[in-house]
Design a protein around this ligand. Structure first.
Ligand code: C2E
Ligand code: CA
Ligand code: CA
Ligand code: CA
Length: 281
């Protein structure tokens, strides 16, 4: 079935049309995929800089398409956003990851409590019932609200900041914590940050990966970390791939990191095994 993929259009059609066809087929396939369980969740460890202590996981969506094989979120998330299917997909990821984590916790009550970090897209966060939907998932999965962290982009927050702030406050009242994702890539007006009910700031992997080649990035990251410190926010650096990056980040005062240097996103069974080795000492 491989030759049924998008490649066969390449010879005959201009690129735009090819892309439109691909997007449309993803769109119709997505309903089936949700119903038939083609989506799954992987978990990427978030670790403390000191001794690589496991602090939690970020849940990331994956799609195993029966004909096209693995499709990455960079392809299907934009389609899901455009068509509104992100509401259902996003809630499914939340529910699936909460129930996984709740199961692991029940199986290993001696393990250190971990944070589950879940992405909420702009469109999903703009939905009127989002706070209640999240509350219901927490109830249904019996996952403790104070162990859930939601990752919002600057765009999701700034689109309609008043509404966003109201929702963020309502979520925090449940015990949920909030991170701003991909920090530094959006409308980074530093002044708005202090007015937002935030707990955590994730430095975009673009800055982290350029730490070595471009010394000016070091100053940007230093500024972000010091800003976060001043506002009482924790910082997670994402996309940490090398020991040098980690070294520089630790010198700059970053507390947590996430990246291939420590672990790639992993299947639930592997994540569970990692938890077993993470007893409280
Ligand atoms: P993100 O939220 O910024 O997630 C981090 C991305 O960086 C993930 O890509 C992760 O696999 C990748 N990554 C982690 N460590 C490294 C590293 O050391 N090097 C490199 N090069 N990459 C690293 P992924 O899983 O492909 O997801 C891409 C984006 O898709 C995410 O970026 C997020 O914006 C979106 N996404 C994924 N799952 C979901 C979801 O369930 N809901 C929503 N709304 N968006 C999602
Ligand atoms: Ca994220
Ligand atoms: Ca991110
Ligand atoms: Ca990113």
């Amino acid at each position: 079935a491989k030759d049924q993929g998008p490649d066969r259009f390449k010879v005959f059609t201009p690129r735009l049309h090819e892309e439109a066809v691909w997007m449309m087929s993803l769109e119709t396939d997505m309903d089936r995929a949700l119903a038939e369980g083609e989506f799954y969740v992987v978990f990427q460890p978030i670790v403390g800089l000191e001794a690589d202590t496991l602090m939690g996981f970020e849940a990331l969506a994956r799609w195993r398409h029966p004909e096209r094989g693995e499709i990455l979120p960079s392809e299907f998330i934009p389609v899901a956003e455009e068509t509104g299917r992100i509401d259902a997909l996003g809630l499914w990821v939340l529910s699936e990851s909460c129930s996984n984590m709740a199961d692991w916790r029940a199986a290993h009550p001696e393990a250190r409590p971990l944070i589950l970090s879940v992405n909420i897209s702009s469109r999903q966060f703009a939905k009127k019932d989002i706070v209640n939907d999240i509350r219901l998932v927490l109830e249904k999965t019996n996952f403790p609200a104070d162990r859930l962290r939601l990752e919002l982009t600057e765009t999701a927050i700034m689109q309609d900041a008043r509404t966003a702030v109201r929702r963020m406050k309502a979520l925090r009242a449940l015990g949920v914590t909030i991170a701003v994702d991909d920090f530094g890539t959006g409308y980074s007006s530093m002044s708005y940050l202090q007015q937002l009910p935030l707990d955590n700031l994730k430095i975009d992997l673009g800055f982290v990966q350029k730490l070595e080649q471009h010394p000016e990035n070091r100053e940007i990251v230093r500024a972000i970390i010091s800003l976060a410190g001043g506002l009482g926010l924790n910082v997670v650096a994402e996309g940490v791939e090398s020991a040098i990056q980690k070294q520089v980040l630790s010198e700059l005062g970053c507390q947590m990191y996430q990246g291939y240097l420590f672990a790639r996103p992993m299947k639930p069974e592997q994540a569970k095994a990692l938890i077993m080795g993470n007893r409280e000492t």
